[in-house]
Design a protein around this ligand. Structure first.
Ligand SMILES: *Cc1c(COP(=O)(O)O)cnc(C)c1O
Length: 318
């Protein structure tokens, strides 16, 4: 793993790779007491010729800077962030699965590690990147997702921190997620907390729907996480000739869609088989002939170096 430190109001020192292991923290660390932390998720892929590819790592760097500003933290420069991800990928090269088998998931983490008993920004920050090999989420024929729309739990509200990748985002939704899983659902769709009728996103991914060949996804107004996969899929879809709308979407529209899918680094694009809301379950088209399948093939093709990368998204690192 890569580790670098910095003092408040200063720049990060040069980081270095060390063996993966525990880090020592003051019990009064800002991250532990007040949730002062942001994280990222990105992947390294092995191309057929053995070369290692990253996907838009500078986008993660920019998002970490925006999140750090919201949480009153120092952040590494874009260059230091990308360099740390590269070093971590290369340092763990032997763990990067063969083409088609999976990828190396990397977790950049920025924490307020200095002690602060009073509610204030921590005096010291730690930036680290660790990694784990992961298998391909959706193999061909993988079962579609069955989503549950929560009328009870919300993940954030306007003006909150739901739009940044804060370490505080997930603990509050585990209750909704566990309860949905106990009932046999794969994941939860959250609605806006004011009107309780506009779609926001799924626990760890963004949501899209397709109707009459138009692709729609909720606009980013601070309450949904601006996914890099979301953004990439919008560009790919437009270039494939689809109309894409970013707007407010009522949950009723979801129930009338022809196709629904989710996007995120972990699963790339996940096709949705059903949505359940207020006791009503609707099923969607699944199979090979889906818009989401076309998008998946292009996105993953670019990531693993099989489809031409006309966007310059992929960074080869060795
Ligand atoms: C990380 C994340 C996403 C997906 O973002 P990607 O950049 O596409 O991985 C979506 N929603 C939430 C809440 C997230 O934390």
């Amino acid at each position: 793993m890569y580790v670098a430190k910095c003092t408040r109001n200063e720049s990060f020192q040069q980081g270095r790779l060390s063996d993966y292991g525990n880090i020592e923290l003051s019990p009064a660390a800002g991250a532990l007491n007040y949730g002062q932390g942001v994280f990222e998720g990105t992947k390294a892929f092995r191309r057929e010729d053995g070369k290692i590819l990253l996907f838009r790592p500078e986008q993660n760097a920019i998002r970490m800077q925006i999140g750090a500003d919201r949480m009153c933290m120092e952040a590494p420069s874009i260059q230091q962030f990308v360099d740390a991800v590269k070093q971590t990928a290369l340092g763990n090269k032997r763990w990067i699965p063969p083409p088609g088998k999976g990828s190396l998931y990397m977790r950049p983490l920025l924490l307020g590690t200095g002690p602060t008993l009073g509610v204030a920004p921590a005096p010291e920050y730690t930036f680290l990147v660790y990694a784990s090999p992961v298998s391909t989420y959706f193999k061909d024929g993988m079962a579609p997702l069955n989503l549950y729309v929560s009328g009870e739990f919300h993940r954030t509200t306007r003006g909150g921190a739901g739009g940044v990748k804060s370490i505080t985002n997930y603990a509050p939704v585990m209750k909704a997620l566990l309860s949905a899983k106990e009932q046999g659902f794969s994941d939860v769709v959250y609605l806006d907390s004011v009107h309780k009728k506009y779609l926001e996103e799924v626990s760890t991914s963004n949501i899209f729907l397709v109707k009459s060949n138009v692709i729609s996804t909720p606009a980013t107004i601070g309450t949904i996480l601006e996914g890099i996969t979301r953004k990439s899929v919008i560009d790919i879809a437009r270039d494939l000739g689809y109309e894409v709308e970013e707007r407010s979407i009522e949950v009723d529209e979801l129930m009338e869609a022809e196709e629904v899918f989710t996007t995120g680094t972990a699963m790339s694009i996940g096709s949705v088989g059903s949505v359940t809301y207020n006791g009503k379950r609707v099923n969607y088209k699944t199979g090979d002939d889906l818009v989401s399948q076309k998008l998946y093939k292009t996105l993953v093709g670019i990531q693993v170096g099989k489809v031409e990368d006309k966007y310059n998204w992929v960074v080869q690192i060795d």
